[in-house]
Design a protein around this ligand. Structure first.
Ligand code: NAD
Length: 387
């Protein structure tokens, strides 16, 4: 093993300046002639402002799935993703659905829950919490003054006791408007915790949002005449029947549902990354929703309706258009501008349509020509370009 391989970063790495961190990284892990600017970006100051111990940026391909028709408006959707087939698949579905009237979407109000977990609450003492809701609301409102000015804020509470752990959980329902909301919710829960302790005589264990976000949902649907689905030697009728059959497989078999839902998130996570949203929060919320009935199921479904195949999707979508890291970088700001600067629910509606498109394209390919054919075409194109 060479001397360089033995080296690692100094213990105070995180406290060093950006320049010193880059120098330490280069000395520990790079050959002499490596140009770190070319590898991690010349200017890493924005990364330094965003995360601890930053050394630069990882370039992820940023592409556009053009030509979506959503609720009568045309959208070119920015996607940040490393997987070769994602943008091609979304674009293919966008075109097909566009020619059939487009996507119709909906979204709920952006209400999320902040949770206060209390331990040591004597049996029944938690019943006093609801009776004093007015005081709790006033306390939470103090943390949410600007949110109230924007039309958001406190929307109610729910109290429950977990028989297994004995912990009391208070869910504070809060409308976070156009933010993803995690910090807002965490702050509100911490604000309320002292009063909740006083009311029921317990001690706070933790105060944090739930990424379940089941109240903050969006959905989309489309219809495509089955005659337009002829592909790979299958008639439109047969392709439609096969898509519906594959949909039923995902609805009843969790081992298939997880891959079906991965296809949905191919689109949604890529849009989230392109706009600077929290991809992990969205994924966690989506999978929680898929498993809400105790068995993991698909997020979308397809059925024959008259002469058409109908696709539907519904899932929690905690997407922000302000706050956090949203639009903090020039590319993520551009991504939001391309979508005409939607509000939070507006971005969720676009994401729902995109997730359905992505999933439909994968399913359509799978049950007709097979998924590898498209992938191989893309690889061949890439190889040609590299030759
Ligand atoms: P934030 O802390 O930046 O808060 C949003 C800010 O935007 C607030 O100051 C609010 O007043 C302001 N704002 C301006 N216009 C607004 C509008 N129209 N609607 C709503 N707010 C408006 O961000 P956040 O959304 O509270 O938190 C998101 C961040 O928290 C993300 O970076 C996420 O990764 C991170 N996070 C996530 C988790 C989790 O998911 N479990 C936990 C902790 C932190």
């Amino acid at each position: 093993m060479s001397d360089r391989a033995e080296k690692s970063l100094p213990d105070d790495f995180r406290k060093l300046s950006l320049e010193a961190r880059r120098a330490a990284l280069k000395s520990a892990y790079c050959e002499e002639d490596v140009d770190l600017g070319a590898v991690l970006g010349e200017d890493a100051s924005a990364a330094d402002r965003m995360v601890e111990s930053a050394v630069g940026f990882l370039p992820v391909p940023f592409g556009i799935a053009a030509g979506f028709l959503i609720d009568g408006r045309s959208y070119d959707i920015p996607l940040a993703v490393e997987e070769p087939s994602v943008i091609a698949a979304a674009s293919f579905a966008a075109l097909l659905v566009r020619g059939s009237g487009g996507f119709a979407t909906w979204a709920t109000e952006p209400i999320m829950s902040a949770q206060v977990f209390l331990e040591g609450v004597l049996p029944g003492r938690e019943l006093g919490i609801e009776a004093r809701e007015g005081e709790i609301r006033a306390e939470v409102d103090l943390a949410l003054a600007s949110m109230r000015r924007r039309g958001g804020g406190y929307r109610g509470l729910e109290v429950s006791r977990n028989e297994e752990t004995g912990l009391v959980r208070v869910d504070l329902r809060i409308d976070v408007r156009d933010a993803m909301g995690a910090n807002i919710l965490d702050g509100a829960a911490e604000r309320a915790a002292g009063l909740l302790e006083d009311i029921c005589g317990g001690r706070r264990l933790m105060c944090v949002l739930t990424n379940g976000a089941v109240e903050r949902r969006a959905g989309a649907r489309f219809e495509i005449p089955v005659r337009r689905l002829a592909r790979g030697g299958y008639s439109g009728e047969e392709a439609s029947r096969r898509i519906e059959s594959a949909s039923r497989a995902a609805e009843s078999d969790p081992t298939r549902a997880v891959t079906h839902n991965k296809g949905v998130m191919n689109g949604i996570s890529s849009l989230a990354l392109a706009t600077g949203n929290d991809t992990r929060a969205l994924e966690a919320g989506a999978h929680y929703w898929a498993a809400r009935e105790g068995r993991y199921r698909s997020l979308s479904s397809y059925r024959r309706v008259g002469d058409a195949l109908e696709g539907r999707i519904e899932l929690p979508l905690a997407l922000g258009t302000v706050g956090g890291s949203v639009a903090r970088l020039p590319a993520t700001a551009l991504a939001l501008r391309m979508l005409r600067d939607p509000d939070g629910p507006g971005l969720a509606r676009i994401a729902a349509a995109l997730g359905l498109a992505q999933n439909f394209a994968a399913l359509f390919a799978l049950v007709t020509e097979g998924i590898q054919a498209g992938h191989m075409r893309l690889h061949a194109r890439k190889r040609e370009a590299e030759a």
